[in-house]
Design a protein around this ligand. Structure first.
Ligand code: SAH
Ligand code: SF4
Length: 361
């Protein structure tokens, strides 16, 4: 293992302090920042605006590293998925989902290896090993994805393929808030990666006490994994509901800093046959959202081997969508992307673990 410290993942202040500790002036940290995050440079030797002697010293003590792609899969629909391996051998998934019509797309980033929550429909929840990802591992996923598309230096905000970030990969981002916050602040920094907070969405299963901080400190768009409209059903499919029931969750949504009609909260709703997809459920959802600047994303359940759920019939999903839209909320049905490359969250990592077990046996 490389003992040199990775400079990726340090906040601007920490990078400045790190340089001060080796006797370098703050403007050196600024130069480094530009090379790392605007230019995407990983080799100190090519950071030509920095004095040669300093470059050599940096090389001795530091590195500018990305996670290693253990796997890269490309779907026929343009979706790309990576399994990134970190220094300790742990792995997490990252997905790039291009917009079908335009030159832009979202990078879906993981916040943890596995997840401590055990939502019944989620494959990641079945994985036992869990740890928080560090800030460099979180922002490193985005940077490695950008490497794949050669999108350095940072292009103008207009014509980017990797234009958006969604914290919707493996893990619960609000259970790893400090590292997620450091990584997202790096992503938002205008001298570097330069993705505006309007183009970043954080998805939570409903960690109520952390929601206000997320809005205040980061100001990113919020997505809430709702998936059920009664505590009885939500308790059953999302154990976190027992800790933070629906009434508390909806109150935290109403109080979310920065939510407005221009910046609505997204409610994700995985459609599960016979569980949450009836007309009565749709009407109860409308009642729950009353007065909230909200939009709904209907996600047909993405099946995985051993799952106890099925995806409802298309007509039932449509009926649900129509009821919610007739009440004035946008409620598109998300088309499944990358089905051919294990796009169900967490599936690629499990597949890799299984292959290794076979190889070891
Ligand atoms: N832990 C966070 C973010 C990651 S999950 C959260 O739960 O919000 C991203 C989204 O994918 C969540 O809305 C989750 O409920 C959904 N999801 C998980 N497994 C799914 C499956 N098999 N089919 C469809 N959506 C799924
Ligand atoms: Fe964790 Fe989100 Fe999956 Fe639930 S849906 S187990 S919170 S990753």
């Amino acid at each position: 293992m490389d003992p040199r410290k990775n400079l990726i993942g340090l906040s601007r202040d920490d990078l400045t302090a790190e340089m001060a500790a080796i006797g370098e002036k703050p403007f050196r940290a600024k130069q480094l920042w530009h090379w790392m995050y605007n230019r995407g440079e990983t080799d100190f030797a090519r950071m030509t605006s920095i004095a040669k002697t300093m470059r050599a010293r940096l090389e001795d003590s530091y590195r500018v590293a990305r996670p290693r792609a253990a796997k890269e899969l490309r779907s026929v629909d343009g979706t790309r998925k990576w399994l990134f391996a970190f220094a300790d051998g742990n792995e997490a998934e990252t997905v790039y989902i291009p917009d079908i019509d335009e030159e832009r797309g979202a990078v879906c980033i993981s916040s943890q290896v596995g997840c401590t929550l055990t939502c019944r429909f989620c494959h990641t929840g079945t994985q036992r090993l869990v740890r928080n990802l560090t800030a460099d591992e979180i922002i490193g996923q985005f940077m490695a994805a950008r490497d794949s598309y050669g999108e350095w230096p940072t292009p103008d905000d207009g014509g980017r393929q990797l234009s958006n970030i969604v914290m919707m990969g493996m893990g619960e981002p609000l259970y790893n808030f400090d590292n997620v916050a450091t990584a997202l602040k790096i992503a938002m920094d205008g001298d570097g990666i330069g993705i505006s907070r309007r183009r970043i969405t954080l998805s939570t299963s409903g960690v109520v006490p952390m929601m206000a901080r997320c809005g205040e400190e980061l100001g990113v768009n919020l997505a809430v994994s709702l998936h059920a409209v009664t505590d009885e059903v939500r308790d059953r499919i999302m154990p976190i509901n027992k800790k933070y029931p629906l009434a508390e969750l909806m109150r935290a949504c109403r109080d979310y800093p920065g939510a407005s009609n221009a910046r609505r909260i997204t409610f994700e709703y995985v459609m599960l046959k016979g569980v949450n997809e009836s007309a009565a459920d749709a009407r109860a959802l409308v009642a729950l959202l009353k007065g909230l600047p909200a939009k709904v994303n209907l996600i047909p359940f993405n099946p995985w081997p051993g799952a106890e759920f099925e995806c409802p019939a298309t007509a039932d999903i449509r009926r649900f969508s129509d009821i919610v839209q007739d009440a004035g909320y946008s409620a598109p049905i998300r088309s499944p992307r990358g089905r051919d490359i294990f796009a169900a969250c967490g599936q690629l990592r499990s597949e890799s673990t299984r292959e290794r077990r076979h190889a070891d046996a």
